[in-house]
Design a protein around this ligand. Structure first.
Ligand SMILES: Nc1nc2c(ncn2[C@@H]2O[C@H](COP(=O)(O)OP(=O)(O)OP(=O)(O)O)[C@@H](O)[C@H]2O)c(=O)[nH]1
Length: 368
C-alpha cells in the first residue's frame, strides 16, 4: 500500500501536539532508500511482515534474513556474474563453492526510530548503508545512520546507491561524487559505493562479490559460555483462528558468543528501565544481553571532551560492552554520543561538542 502522499495532506489542520513518529505527516517526509528491497533481492526474504508496517509501507520493527552466497567456479561464468545469492534453505554443498553466509538485520530508516536501529546495530558486524539515487543528499536519516555507524564503531561498510534505474547516468555519477564527499570524514571513508537497482536486481551480484571479498569474516568465539543478544520479540498467533489469538511470544536475536545446545538451560536477564532519584541528567541506550535499555545516568565528572558517568542503578552488562548515548529531544530519543562500560561502576564517554547536539525533530547538525 502506498504511503499517503505529501500532496494529500492538509497541513492547515495539522495539530503538532498530536504528531507521532509514525504519523503520515511525519512518515511521508522520510525517504525510503530501499533497504528492505535490497534484503529481499539478496535473501529472497520479505522482512516487512507486520500489518501496521505493510499498511504504512515502512519498516518499524527490526527484520531478519539469512542468505547464502555462492561463487560459480566455472571459467565460463566470469565475475561478478559468478556470485549468486540464495535464501538460507539452499543446500550447503552444491556443485559450486560456498564462500559466504550472511545474515541481514533490516533496520527502520526513519530517523525517529533511531533507538530501534541502534538495537539492531548491537548484533551487526558490518553494515550496508543505503542512499536513494533519486533524492538529494544528505537526508537526515542518512546523517543519523552515519553517526550511528561512527558511534558504534562499525567498520567495513558498503554504500549502496540504490534506485539508479530512476535517474540518468550523469546524475548518478554526480551523486556518486557527493556521496564520496559526504562520507570522507566518517567511519565510512573509502567505502565502496555500488550503484544498484534493488528492484531490478541490477548489480546485486556486485554487492555479493563485495560481501564475499571485501568484508572480512568476523571473528567468532565458540568456546565461551553462550551469549545471545535479544533484539526483538515476535507474537505467535494461533494458526487459523478468525480473530488473532495470541499463543505466546518468542524472542529473536543473535548468538554473539559460544554455542547453544538443545535442552540447554538458559538464563534470561531483565531488560528494562532503571530510575535515577534526581531526574534525568543523561539518558543512555545500552546494547546488552537482553537488548536495548534506556536508563538514567548521573554525571560525576566532565572534562573537555569526555565525561565519566556513573550508573545510578545496576544493569546487566559486561566490561567492554559498547554504549550509545541518547538525549530526549521533542519526545524522541536522538543519538548524541558513545561510550564503553568500564571496570567498576564508572564509564567514560566522549562528549559531543555543543554543535553536535540534535537541534530538531528531523535534522541533526553535524559536528564541525
Ligand atoms: N525504482 C526503484 N524503486 C525501488 C528500488 N528499491 C526500492 N524501491 C521502492 O522504494 C520503496 C521503498 O522501498 P523499501 O525497501 O521499503 O525501503 P526501506 O528503506 O526499507 O524503507 P524503510 O525501512 O521504511 O525506511 C518501495 O516502493 C520499493 O519498491 C529500486 O531500486 N528502484
Amino acid at each position: 500500500m502506498a504511503r499517503k502522499g505529501l500532496m494529500e495532506q492538509d497541513l492547515s489542520k495539522l495539530d503538532v501536539t498530536k504528531l507521532h513518529p509514525l504519523s503520515p505527516e511525519v512518515i511521508s517526509r522520510q525517504v525510503a532508500h530501499g533497504k528492505s528491497t535490497v534484503v529481499k533481492a539478496i535473501s529472497g526474504i520479505q522482512t516487512v511482515r507486520f500489518n501496521n508496517e505493510v499498511e504504512r509501507n515502512i519498516t518499524i520493527k527490526l527484520g531478519y534474513a539469512n542468505a547464502k552466497i555462492y561463487k560459480c567456479e566455472d571459467e565460463r561464468c566470469p565475475a561478478p556474474m559468478c556470485y549468486k545469492a540464495y535464501g538460507s534453505g539452499k543446500e550447503d554443498t552444491p556443485s559450486c563453492d560456498v564462500p559466504g553466509h550472511v545474515s541481514f538485520v533490516d533496520c527502520p530508516g526513519h530517523d525517529m526510530l533511531m533507538a530501534t536501529m541502534l538495537n539492531g546495530a548491537a548484533i551487526m558486524d558490518r553494515a550496508l548503508l543505503l542512499i536513494a539515487a533519486n533524492e538529494s543528499i544528505p537526508k537526515p536519516q542518512t546523517l543519523e545512520h552515519l553517526d550511528a555507524l561512527d558511534n558504534m564503531l562499525l567498520e567495513h561498510i558498503i554504500v549502496l546507491q540504490n534506485k539508479v534505474d530512476l535517474i540518468p547516468k550523469n546524475v548518478a555519477l554526480e551523486q556518486h561524487e557527493s556521496i564520496q564527499k559526504l562520507i570522507q570524514k566518517t567511519v565510512a571513508a573509502g567505502a565502496p559505493i555500488v550503484p544498484i537497482s534493488a528492484q531490478l536486481k541490477y548489480n546485486i551480484d556486485v554487492v555479493c562479490e563485495y560481501l564475499v571479498n571485501k568484508i572480512p569474516i568476523p571473528k567468532r568465539n565458540f568456546i565461551s559460555p553462550p551469549n545471545m543478544i535479544i533484539i526483538r520479540s515476535f507474537d505467535v498467533n494461533k494458526p487459523g483462528s478468525e480473530v488473532d489469538e495470541l499463543l505466546g511470544v518468542v524472542a529473536g536475536g543473535s548468538i554473539v558468543r559460544g554455542v547453544l545446545k538443545v535442552n540447554q538451560l538458559v538464563e534470561v536477564r531483565p531488560g528494562m528501565v532503571l530510575k535515577d532519584e534526581n531526574g534525568t541528567s543523561w539518558a543512555g541506550n545500552l546494547n546488552r544481553w537482553s537488548g536495548l535499555a534506556r536508563y538514567n545516568l548521573h554525571r560525576v565528572h566532565t572534562a573537555s571532551t569526555y565525561a565519566k558517568l556513573q550508573l545510578t542503578s545496576p544493569v546487566c552488562t559486561s566490561i567492554g560492552e559498547k554504549l550509545a548515548l541518547s538525549r530526549r529531544v521533542d519526545r524522541h530519543w536522538r543519538l548524541i554520543g558513545r561510550g564503553q562500560i568500564q571496570e567498576g561502576i564508572t564509564l567514560e564517554v566522549p562528549l559531543p561538542c555543543s554543535c553536535c547536539i540534535p537541534i530538531g525533530v528531523t535534522s541533526v547538525k553535524r559536528c564541525c
